[in-house]
Design a binder for this molecule. Structure first.
Ligand code: IFM
Length: 444
């Protein structure tokens, strides 16, 4: 079989997020986040699991960086906990909070690993939620001020910045479905949150440009490929609306074109905040790269009674432990769709990976299914690269098992196994396999 080679400078990486791995979220003067508050509220997460200890990366970060170095990982995507740096979200700075990330970045630089920093991966300071959080228009300034401070502190070493991780999830899982923090169920709130996140992203990009730093800035979006169940007009339209609502168009259309996607507006215009049109010129702004997260696909049927007229069907494909169907070709569809529609300068796969039930057997974890999953997706990424997508790197989610939000510790996404009782890290077979791919810079 033909060997698929990747470009010489291709960045193979791993990804994590602050609340999911760090533990000790209130240490050294940090403030509470909305996730701390949410997970400590009864009946919100699996078995009441919280991020109180997680992988204790806060104290094990040196060991974790050494492990990445050992695996040959070229880049590490992590997020900064806003309430560690600004315990109240604004105003007073907590030097010990930023110091943790300063030390982490130094450790990465010394290990020859490129840091990719996400400024927001869902842990909004709880004090800001008390003022309306993402529903308050002022959040755009609060976020830009926080981002600016971090640019000033870490911008001499960090060359890649991601403003927001998966703003769709913040808006809809957090404000319409109530599954994530802050646990609201209000569709109007969700669209307000979409809009304010775009405004916040835009102001953070302005702050970054004003600092005149050597570096690049982009945004990371969640995606699930949406295939119509038939070629009839109604099903095709349902799949298109699902794509515009759930995937990159909801955010990239405003950023690249200054407008929300048109088919979505037909069914959801009333939900957008009044006067949103006046912000669109500001939101339209050049970014340096697009981050794509991809895990799964959906089969879609038109159903006038369902939300936005979209119903999802089970097409009987193999699923991961999340119950998400395995659909690698969807990654190709998403990548080529982004490139063809917006022609971004660079694209990174900022997350892709799978949860499976793993266990340690005499010191080893034989996670063959995860290897199969990753290999199939790597091939689709390579195909997209060959077909003109300006793909520059690929981050596997996740470096290690971690706190899977409302699912608590019941799902394991890591290529490194975490024993939560002892904090022992065990390199899974998938990590060994990935390490070899990185070394060869090719798949066969
Ligand atoms: O764990 C999450 C991550 O925080 C955001 N993207 C999807 C992952 C798996 O659900």
């Amino acid at each position: 079989m033909e060997k698929m080679e990747f470009p010489k400078d291709f960045l193979w990486g791993v990804a994590t997020a602050s609340y999911q791995i760090e533990g000790f979220p209130l240490a050294d003067g940090a403030g509470q986040s909305i996730w701390h508050r949410f997970s400590h509220t009864p009946n919100t997460t699996y078995k009441g699991d919280t991020g109180d200890v997680a992988c204790d990366h806060y104290h094990h970060y040196k060991e974790d960086v050494a492990m990445m170095k050992e695996l040959g990982v070229k880049a590490y995507r992590f997020s900064i906990a806003w309430p560690r740096v600004f315990p109240n979200g604004k105003g007073k700075i907590n030097l010990k909070g930023i110091d943790f990330y300063d030390r982490l970045v130094d450790e990465l630089m010394n290990a020859g690993i490129e840091p990719f920093v996400t400024l927001y991966h869902w842990d909004l300071p709880a004090a800001l939620q008390d003022e309306g959080g993402w529903m308050n228009r002022d959040v755009a300034n609060w976020f830009a001020d926080y981002a600016d401070y971090v640019f000033q502190k870490l911008g001499d070493r960090v060359k890649h910045w991601i403003t927001l991780n998966e703003p769709w999830v913040t808006a809809f899982m957090g404000h319409m479905l109530g599954i994530h923090a802050p646990g609201m169920k209000d569709v109007y709130a969700a669209f307000k949150v979409v809009h304010n996140q775009l405004r916040a992203h835009s102001k953070a990009v302005d702050a970054f440009r004003a600092e005149n730093l050597d570096g690049k800035i982009g945004i990371t979006l969640s995606n699930r490929s949406q295939s119509p169940v038939s070629q009839n007009e109604a099903d095709l339209m349902a799949a298109q609306i699902a794509h515009e609502q759930i995937n990159y168009p909801l955010f990239l259309n405003p950023i690249f074109k200054g407008e929300y996607p048109k088919h979505l507006l037909v069914v959801a215009r009333d939900y957008f905040p009044a006067g949103y049109e006046h912000d669109m010129d500001d939101i339209k702004k050049s970014i340096d790269f697009v981050g794509i997260n991809y895990y799964s696909g959906s089969l879609v049927k038109s159903d006038p009674k369902a939300t936005f007229g979209i119903r999802t069907l089970d097409r009987g494909l193999e699923k991961t432990d999340m119950g998400w169907e395995i659909y690698p070709q969807g990654l190709y569809e998403i990548l080529t769709g982004v490139q063809d529609t917006y022609n971004p300068k660079e694209v990174f796969i900022t997350e892709n990976g799978a949860a499976f039930k793993d266990s340690v057997i005499t010191g080893e974890v034989h996670d063959q299914k995860r290897i199969g999953y990753l290999k199939a997706h790597f091939k689709e990424a390579h195909k997209a690269l060959m077909d003109g997508v300006k793909l520059k790197g690929y981050f596997v989610w996740s470096l290690m098992d971690n706190y899977e939000w409302a699912e608590g510790y019941s799902k394991r996404f890591g290529i490194v196994y975490i024993d939560y009782k002892t904090q022992k890290r065990t390199i899974k077979d998938s990590a060994k396999w990935y390490s070899n791919i990185i070394l060869k810079n090719a798949i066969d």
